[in-house]
Design a protein around this ligand. Structure first.
Ligand code: FNR
Length: 185
């Protein structure tokens, strides 16, 4: 029997109707029951500026503590102009400082991208992998690009596409196993 594990979810979109958030919710619903997923908001993080680190804004601290406390992190992001979104990059930067106190090193993570386009946010996905990989996140070796994402959900935001259910369910299973193997003991 696997241990209960907490997963911090970061959605790289500020849109209230974000299709990436729907994907994140679908992953959570399909994943093994020992994983509990909670979104950690990033929209109120001030742009990272080392000059204000000595009086860090409260949302920076809240964000850092929430990621630190989680066993793993799931990033689900749109692609903006072939990279991850600025809000996601800012959150990654905030978590990486102050120097020597990064919240990322050794954390098991999965990266998913979703887009209405056919390429499924490939550029954003790999851009996020570059940053989080450099910061020492143990990134699940599973490629997850969700294309035509707007066609996969009903009006209630539920995933209705069977192939996507199977794919995101497989991702959840692999992620649960990955967390078990990489979580801090
Ligand atoms: C986009 N979009 C987009 N899509 C894509 O596949 N590749 C891209 O490079 C871009 N670039 C881009 C730039 C900007 C500024 C915006 C606002 C949008 C479209 C994007 O994928 C679409 O709006 C998604 O619905 C965004 O995801 P959420 O917010 O619905 O999760």
């Amino acid at each position: 029997m696997s241990q209960n594990r907490t997963v911090a979810v970061i959605v790289g979109s500020l849109s209230k109707d974000s299709v990436n958030r729907k994907v994140a919710k679908a992953i959570a619903a399909l994943a093994p029951a020992n994983l509990t997923f909670t979104e950690v908001a990033i929209g109120d993080l001030a742009f990272y500026n080392p000059d204000i680190e000595s009086e860090a804004p409260a949302p920076w601290t809240t964000f850092r503590e929430a990621i630190k406390a989680a066993d793993a992190v799931l990033v689900v992001t749109p692609e903006y102009n072939r990279t991850m979104t600025a809000v996601l990059k800012n959150a990654i930067d905030v978590g990486s400082r102050p120097w020597g106190h990064s919240i990322w090193a050794g954390k098991p993570g999965a990266i998913v991208s979703a887009s209405p386009g056919g390429v499924g946010g490939f550029g954003a996905n790999h851009n996020a992998r570059q940053a989080l990989g450099a910061l020492g996140v143990a990134i699940l070796p599973f490629e997850a690009y969700v294309g035509a994402a707007h066609t996969l959900f009903n009006e209630a935001g539920e995933l209705t596409n069977d192939a996507s259910k199977a794919f995101l369910g497989e991702l959840g299973l692999k992620f649960a196993d990955w967390i078990e193997r990489n979580a801090a003991k």
